[in-house]
Structure formats: C-alpha cells, structure tokens
Design a binder for this molecule. Structure first.
Ligand SMILES: *Cc1c(COP(=O)(O)O)cnc(C)c1O
Length: 336
C-alpha cells in the first residue's frame, strides 16, 4: 500500500534482494544470475529463447503438453531451428529418444523441457533429462514456471543454462514479473543476440549489474509483494517446507475426490503436487459444475486436453489441507 519511486534506492534494494533470493532458492551460487522481466511467465520464455539460443543454434523441445508446444512455437517464430520430440500428454518425456536424438544430430545446441507440465500436472524427470543433456555437452533450458519454489531444483547438480519461472505460482506473489536464472557465462556470451529490445535478457542483466536498475519502468507494487512473498517462502521452510504443504494439499484433494467417484488422469507416480487433472464422468455438465462451485467461492480450471474431457484443480497458493476438505465437501454438494 506504499508507492515506490521506480529509480529510488529503496526499490533498487528490493530488486537486488529478489534477485539474490531467487538464485539462492535454485542453489545457483556464484555461477548464476537472476534476470527479472516485466510480464507474465511466457514473456520470459520468449526472452530466454531469443537471448540464449543463437540463430546458428538448434533447439530440441521435449513436448508432452501445451507449454512444451508453446516453447517450440516461440522458437520457430524467432527463427530458431527447432526439433520437436513429442509424447502423448499422459506420458513423461522420452529419455531414450532424447539420448538417441542428441547422439544422432550434432547440430542440436540446446534442449528445452517443462519441469511440471501444467497442461496435465505431470512431473517430468528433470534430473535424468539434465544428466543426458550434460553428457552430450549440450545446454538445457528449463521451464519451471509452475514448479519453482515447491519442487526440488538444484542448479549445482542440473548445470542448466537457465531456469524460468514467475512471481505468481509456487512463490505466491501477485502476477507481473517473470524471471530467468541464467548461467552468468551464457549471459555474457549472448550480447546483441536477442531480436527484441524489451526482451533482451543480456541487456537487462548488464544493467542490473551496472547500477541495479530496470531498463524500463518496473512493476513497483508487484516487486514489493514479490519480496514479501519470498521472505514468507523462507519462513515456511523454503522449497522443502512449501513442497510438503502442497503434497498434503494434493493428497487430501485426490483422496477425497476419489471417494466421490472421480478419477485422476495421471497415475500417482507421474502426478506433481501442483495441479490435478480429473476425468469428467459420463454425461457431465462441466459448465453447471463450474458455476455451482464458483457461486460458492471456488474457482477451478477447465481441462486443457484435446482428446479426453477433463477439469483441473490447483494445489498451490495460500491454500491448506483444510481448504481441500472444504472444497471437496462443496464438490459433493454441487454434484448432489
Ligand atoms: C503458467 C505457465 C507458463 C506461463 O504462462 P503465462 O500465461 O504467461 O503466465 C509457462 N509454462 C508453464 C509450464 C506454466 O505453468
């Protein structure tokens, strides 16, 4: 509820604290640097591809949902050569096919993967993907948008080129800032590469390093809430603490929805504790179901799958197992 001057020392200090906390959460140490960008998560996905993947490079995209498809679409629009390795949306990305593709095609310079595919809620095997990419000497871009801050991600182990996320998912800030935690060396090499002025992560990184300033008017209120959210994340016990609460939320939700006869799309071993996809029962009126829940204060998500009718329920944000109990009680009431 306070106005900040966008070039004032107070806001510069907030920006610096946000950047350093983000690198800390990912265990990036001295080798990584966080670059913040105005906009939603997709803005930083486009910025990272434009800045980190050179025109002469080739990006292999592991796809098992809408967000993987979006990465490929962005890269193509930017004129970066793309190779898609697609899987059905209820299957994890194919590690054997990745290994074989990298062995067969030396022109592939970068690999992109989505940590939690929010399309279904599926958890991709990030550690194994990173191990294969590193073994072949290629670079990894991770869309950790819906996982960062709740699911373990250790840059000292993964050695990824960049990890991307935003203020408003598991970090529980408000929408408005995306960020890329990049290998500093890769940022240094990327000068003049980005085809967009406003999405150039190299230029914004260089400016942050020079005088701590945003190049263009920063979303001051979003930053003020983001730093408060990051402090609260630490108080909750960081990634293990937040992840444990989301796992309890997810277990409560899934257990009680199954009691009411709903089936999850994914088997439990592929389910991330972030968002759960449920199959719609036969003769289900989704719009009436949605409206009934919304009237009672609960907002869910429509399904994002093409073949099977589904709906999704999120486990993240300031919600607790008691909320999941209250929600599933309301589901029963609306069904009745
Ligand atoms: C939310 C999300 C994004 C970004 O979507 P926006 O609509 O730009 O916020 C990108 N990737 C994944 C996996 C996401 O969950």
């Amino acid at each position: 509820m306070v106005d900040y001057g966008s070039r004032d020392a107070e806001l510069t200090a907030i920006t610096a604290e946000v950047r350093s906390r983000l690198v800390g959460i990912a265990n990036g140490g001295d080798d990584y640097s966080a670059v913040l960008l105005q906009g939603s998560g997709t803005f930083v996905v486009e910025a990272a591809i434009g800045t980190l993947v050179p025109k002469t490079g080739r990006l292999l995209v592991l796809i098992n949902g809408a967000y993987g498809r979006r990465i490929a679409a962005i890269a193509r629009r930017l004129g970066r050569p793309v190779l898609e390795l697609a899987r059905p949306e209820h299957r994890m990305v194919n590690l054997g096919a990745l290994d074989a593709a990298l062995a067969a095609d030396p022109s592939i310079t970068h690999v992109a993967v989505v940590h939690c595919e929010t399309t279904t809620g599926l958890l991709n095997p990030l550690r194994q993907v990173a191990e294969i990419v590193t073994r072949h000497g290629r670079r990894l871009l991770v869309d950790a948008m819906s996982a960062f801050g709740a699911l373990e991600l250790d840059l000292a182990v993964l050695q990824a080129d960049c990890v991307l996320s935003c203020s408003n998912k598991c970090l529980e800030g408000v929408p408005g800032v995306g960020f890329a935690i990049c290998r500093t060396e890769s940022l240094r090499e990327s000068e003049g590469r980005c085809p967009s002025v406003v999405l150039d992560l190299h230029e914004q990184w260089a400016r942050f390093e020079r005088d701590g300033q945003w190049r263009f008017t920063p979303p001051t209120h979003v930053l003020a809430s983001f730093v408060a959210a990051l402090r609260a994340h630490e108080v909750e016990g960081g990634v293990p603490g937040r992840g444990a609460r989301y796992r309890r939320n997810c277990a409560t939700l899934v257990g009680r929805m199954r009691m009411h006869g709903f089936q999850t799309l994914l088997p439990d071993r592929l389910q991330a504790p972030i968002i759960v996809t449920f199959r719609q029962p036969a003769d289900f009126d989704f719009d009436a179901f949605y409206e009934g829940l919304a009237e009672r204060g609960w907002l869910i998500y429509p399904g994002k799958l093409t073949e099977v009718p589904t709906f999704r329920v999120g486990c993240i944000g300031q919600v607790f197992p008691e909320d999941m109990e209250a929600f599933t009680d309301t589901v029963a009431e609306v069904l009745a």
